[in-house]
Design a protein around this ligand. Structure first.
Ligand code: GLU
Length: 388
């Protein structure tokens, strides 16, 4: 399989996992960080706009503060650890990139900064300006204020959201696994390695195992979720091991990685923001007629809605699923949940009477709707399966 050289990309987001940057016993892995910084500098020198999503604040803070590695931290303790760790982490990035003459700028995001439209545009403007000023954005979740309900929780999806937001053409996830296998390689000896994923199908999702939970960070599940967000937005994604030195140049040298092809019909701009929403606020189950209408580019009418779940408000993102529970589309719903329940299944002529006011029309207008079912690559096939 031939994949494009890293230097042939315009804009690359590199996500770096905590375990690579921080050794729980000795702290920051400086030499390794220096080797990644050298790789980033050489790509930047070749004209690629580089962005870093760096984990490690909590892990580093724990080590600096001497909080035992095995002990579960209370929320406020991990927030405090993040505060101590982040300042050291950002300092180290600034120093190591600085050795190569690169400026860097720290961006700390909370969930609302990508999920709320106004804040999303704001964050995008700041990061774009940094890039224009030739400073490398070094991004992390703002773990000092994030609480369980309002956090990304993992930097894989955060990095994918950033890749979509900034229209990057490649997302590289550096972690402690070298790519995707059809079963967990640590537990299944004959697990097969997949060098190329054309499209993230339900079969690929099944390989990633358990659904992400509030406590699971990283893991293959969040990487596949990240892949869906990135490839839909037009970025390819690479998962590779960061355990070696100079892990980015290792990709070009042909070390093992899994390459997820970008969709050949990417969703851009406003619709990409909708499609990449991390947690839809509700679900509308629709009939086959509505599915056909949506695939044909039509709005979702109340008449086709069979079931409404979730406590959403007008303007929230909801998932539209078929009778089998498979997601077909996402969109910004035009009604609060109680009204959506009231009018589900009704013809347009009967809606005003049911609501007691003149209706706004569609449940989701087509301008606010993205078909997500046909996202991904060309033919839906997984190619190139080889042995581990
Ligand atoms: N934001 C977290 C940190 O810097 C890491 C999240 C993750 O590992 O995905 O500690």
């Amino acid at each position: 399989m031939t994949t494009p050289a890293l230097a042939s990309h315009k804009r690359i987001v590199v996500k770096i996992g905590s375990a690579l940057l921080v050794d729980r016993a000795t702290g920051l892995r400086r030499d390794w960080l220096a080797s990644v910084a050298a790789d980033i500098a050489s790509l930047a020198g070749a004209g690629v706009e580089m962005l870093v999503v760096s984990s490690g604040a909590i892990a580093l803070g724990r080590t600096i503060l001497g909080l035992g590695a095995g002990k579960a931290l209370k929320l406020e303790e991990s927030q405090a650890a993040a505060a101590v760790g982040q300042i050291a982490l950002a300092g180290a990035w600034s120093e190591e990139l600085g050795r190569h003459g690169l400026l860097s700028g720290q961006i700390l995001l909370t969930l609302g900064d990508t999920e709320e439209r106004r804040r999303y545009l704001n964050a995008r403007e700041t990061v774009s300006t940094l890039i224009r000023m030739k400073a490398v954005p070094v991004i992390n979740e703002n773990d000092t204020v994030a609480t369980t309900e309002i956090r990304y929780g993992d930097n894989d999806r955060l990095a994918a959201r950033v890749a979509g937001m900034l229209s990057a053409d490649l997302l590289v996830l550096l972690s402690d696994v070298d790519g995707l296998y059809d079963a967990p390689p640590a537990r299944v000896p004959g697990a097969r390695f997949l060098p190329l994923v054309e499209r993230i199908t339900p079969e690929i999702e099944a390989m990633a195992g358990e659904a992400a939970s509030a406590t699971s960070r990283g893991g293959m599940r969040t990487k596949i979720d990240a892949g869906k967000i990135a490839t839909t937005a037009g970025a390819a994604m690479i998962i590779t091991s960061g355990l070696r030195m100079n892990p980015l140049s290792a990709i070009d040298r042909g070390e093992r990685f899994t390459y997820f092809r970008a969709s050949d019909r990417p969703v851009r701009g406003y619709k990409s923001w909708i499609a990449g929403q991390l947690e839809p606020a509700g679900r509308l189950t629709v009939d086959d007629g509505a599915v056909a209408a949506l695939l044909g580019g039509k709005s979702l009418l109340a008449a086709g809605v069979r079931q409404v779940s979730g406590g959403f408000s007008r303007g929230d993102t909801v998932a539209v699923v078929d009778g089998g529970g498979r997601e077909v589309a996402r969109g910004l719903v035009a009604y609060d949940a109680p009204d959506a329940i009231r009018i589900a299944g009704l013809k347009s002529a009967d809606i005003a009477a049911a609501l007691g006011y003149e209706s706004r029309g569609a449940m989701i207008h087509r301008d606010d709707l993205v078909v997500t079912r046909r996202m991904g690559g060309r033919d839906g096939k997984v190619s190139h399966v080889e042995s581990a």
